[in-house]
Design a protein around this ligand. Structure first.
Ligand code: BQZ
Length: 695
């Protein structure tokens, strides 16, 4: 991945020298140089204005079968009346194969399972791109991988433009005008305000995209100015960072005309009933996205058909998407790789190293149905100790004793130095893919600085010495260290490790941690949970340690920035507000919070680069999270698809399902298949039937 060149401040140099001095004292090792691994293709870097604009076109088009079967029969208004005044127009020059043709489908396979369509209210759809294709957000960041470094800024989306006030505290945002939900109802500021007031600010709701009141800044307000204008007011001056937060999934408003009547503030529903008000069986749920769920068969498939009111077109006036359908086989994440490589599915993010070799072998064969392209090392895993000491998750006596240990730096150093990251990575896959990951910002990304990165690498003797320094010794001689007498009854140190059961990689890494901790003298018990409920358990603080595949914040920094530190009561993964309503931050955590808040408030590139060096030093010297391994992912896509951007990473600002701009992807006429499961159909009225209305 091309590094976004950042001007380095003089202060950064001083910090580097001071850290080297610290390293000499503290036995910190050198971060191992990652083995060379070049992404197989580079993006063609462009400006956002090269990708899209909003404007009216002289004429509009749609698939012929839509005109014939739905417009000519009076079931739908003409396409020009289904589009906003100025639709989003994707520019042909930015489309690798140019203006596309209608037809065909993109078949996904996923390991998640849907529990409903109320994304704003906390329901999940099974991931793997379903939500990305259904719920559009105020801004968009996935495609930013191909935007010039010195022009990086969130892309317009439902918010088509915005301007700052003179003093930089107010942001007036203009919404797309005249766009409609997939059921024909108008989209406007009321949808935005319902999401903000009754889903983000109402802390009884946990929006699936993770938004909390602090996600957009402590004390931030949002008001409606008119049907297509809202105004943000921030404490900070010009905090452009929050415009990135308004992308997927923190600000993707749902249809207020459907959700509001179900919300406890406006009904007798409980919050649980609100969240589950639209189960997966409820079909044709109105969306602003390109495709609408029209069929759901449990543990089998979800089928989505094109949204007849989609508000994006190409420069020839063709209403998008080109693909009439997308589908999601409800299987496993590993099966996604296998099926896409085999050609019975069309898309995969190859992110589990156990599948690398087989996938590479098959994709290298002349008759391989799919192309496979590796990007940079943007997939990484971290072991997170729960750092709350004041009741988040209501721990038992043992749990509380473990939290106190987690808050002890000598204990975190012992854990880090007991991990043989090299062999951990090689146990996933041999070859130049994995590299030991110290934690913090990823090597090879824009804000990474090696000299600011401390590394407590493998040394079992040093690990045992730190464990003793943390006050632990094996008093009963059974090979597991004990708490000191008077703490948790002097029992063995036994730690529960939360791990996502949906991924072989997560389980392999967790088993590696368990084995290596045993050699150190700590017993680890795995709590293997499926993705859907894991989020709930983690957000509830009910874990001692957790193995987590990292989010975009540690890759891009600008996306999900508030996740970098506990800047608010519910913004960090491993430290949230306790039962006494306060965040009991450790001193270094407070320093991290201060650095991240300064970063958010700064628009000076040199200052931002230096702040991230400070962040990296604080994170890695204090082992806020204990890094495990980092490796590249590969995009696997069936060869029949066109308009796949060069160098599209599987994960950077977002996942590839967002990055490749699927609404612009098409299958040339001579390569089209009969894979559509519901050919020539459109979504019906919300909630009707178990499938679309046949024409
Ligand atoms: C990509 C992604 C698209 C969520 C999910 C899943 C959830 C997490 C994470 C990834 C899946 C795929 O990741 O692994 O390749 O398709 O869906 O959203 O891991 O359990 O909660 O954050 O994105």
């Amino acid at each position: 991945m091309k590094r976004h060149a950042m001007a380095l401040g003089g202060a950064g140099l001083m910090l580097g020298i001071s850290l080297l001095a610290v390293q000499a004292q503290d036995g910190m090792g050198k971060v191992p140089e990652p083995p060379a691994f070049a992404a197989q293709s580079e993006p063609n870097f462009v400006s956002i204005s090269d990708i899209l604009e909003f404007k009216a076109l002289p004429e509009y088009h749609e698939p012929e079968w839509v005109t014939k079967n739905f417009v000519d029969t009076g079931k739908l208004p003409p396409v020009a009346e289904r589009l906003p005044k100025e639709p989003m127009v994707y520019k042909t020059a930015n489309m690798p194969e140019g203006v596309g043709v209608y037809g065909d489908t993109m078949r996904h396979v996923i390991g998640g399972r849907p529990d409903g369509w109320n994304y704003a209210g906390g329901a999940q759809q099974g991931w793997g791109g379903i939500d990305i294709g259904m719920y559009e957000c105020l801004t968009r960041t996935g495609p930013l991988f191909e935007v010039k470094a010195d022009e990086l800024a969130p892309m317009p989306n439902l918010a088509k433009s915005w301007e700052w006030s003179e003093d930089g505290h107010e942001l007036t945002m203009h919404l797309i005008e005249g766009a409609k939900w997939s059921d024909g109802m108008p989209f406007n500021a009321d949808d935005v305000m319902f999401y903000w007031e009754d889903n983000v600010l109402d802390t009884n709701v946990s929006p699936t995209g993770g938004a909390t009141p602090e996600t957009f800044g402590v004390g931030t307000t949002l008001v409606k100015v008119d049907d297509y204008t809202v105004k943000w007011t921030f404490k900070e001056v010009r905090p452009t960072q929050y415009l990135y937060q308004m992308a997927y999934g923190a600000f993707c408003p749902g249809p207020a005309h459907m959700l509001k009547p179900q919300h406890p503030k406006y009904s007798s529903n409980t919050y649980e009933q609100y969240k589950n008000a639209f189960p997966p069986e409820y079909l044709n749920f109105p969306v602003m996205g390109a495709w609408v769920p029209v069929e759901y068969r449990p543990d089998d498939v979800i089928v989505l058909r094109r949204n007849p009111y989609y508000w994006k077109v190409d420069e020839a006036g063709n209403q998008l998407p080109y693909l009439n359908e997308v589908s999601y086989r409800l299987s496993t994440w590993s099966d996604r790789d296998v099926q896409t490589v085999a050609g019975t599915a069309d898309f995969s993010n190859l992110e589990q190293p156990e599948n690398f070799v087989e996938s590479l072998k098959r994709s290298a064969e002349a008759d391989a149905p799919a192309r496979l392209q590796f990007g940079a090392r943007t997939i990484g895993y971290t072991l997170y100790p729960n750092l709350s000491g004041n009741g988040w998750g209501e721990p038992s006596e043992l749990g509380q004793a473990i939290r106190e240990l987690n808050r002890n730096l000598d204990f975190r150093k012992a854990v880090s130095m007991a991990l043989d990251r090299q062999s951990m990575g090689e146990s996933l896959v041999k070859g130049p893919f994995t590299t030991p990951y110290p934690g913090g910002l990823y090597a090879g990304t824009s804000f990474y600085d090696k000299d600011s990165t401390a590394y407590f690498g493998y040394s079992l003797d040093d690990a045992k010495a730190y464990l003793a320094k943390a006050g632990l010794s094996d008093t009963d001689g059974n090979g597991i260290v004990n708490f000191p007498a008077g703490t948790a009854g002097g029992q063995d140190v036994q730690i529960t490790l939360l791990v996502n059961g949906d991924y072989g990689t997560d389980k392999s890494l967790a088993e590696g941690v368990l084995t290596m901790m045993e050699k150190l003298g700590i017993r680890v018990v795995l709590d293997t949970i499926s993705g859907n409920s894991l989020t709930e358990i983690q957000q509830g603080g009910k874990f001692d340690w957790a193995v987590l595949r990292n989010g975009a914040d540690l890759v891009s920094v600008v996306q999900g920035t508030v996740g970098l530190a506990p800047v608010g009561p519910r913004t960090a993964f491993s430290h949230r507000v306790g039962t006494d309503g306060t965040l009991d931050l450790l001193p270094f955590e407070q320093e991290m919070v201060d650095v991240v808040n300064k970063f958010i408030a700064s628009s000076d590139n040199a200052e931002r680069a230096d702040l991230m060096k400070q962040y990296q030093a604080l994170y890695t010297q204090n082992l806020y999270g204990i890094g495990l391994t980092q490796y590249p992912g590969a995009l696997i896509i069936n060869k029949r698809f066109a308009n796949i951007p060069a160098g599209a990473p599987i994960f950077q600002f977002n996942w590839a399902e967002d990055n490749i701009i699927r609404e612009r992807v098409f299958v040339p006429a001579d390569k089209q298949t009969t894979n559509e499961l519901q050919p020539d159909t459109l979504p019906a009225a919300p909630g009707i039937g178990n499938g679309p209305v046949k024409n």
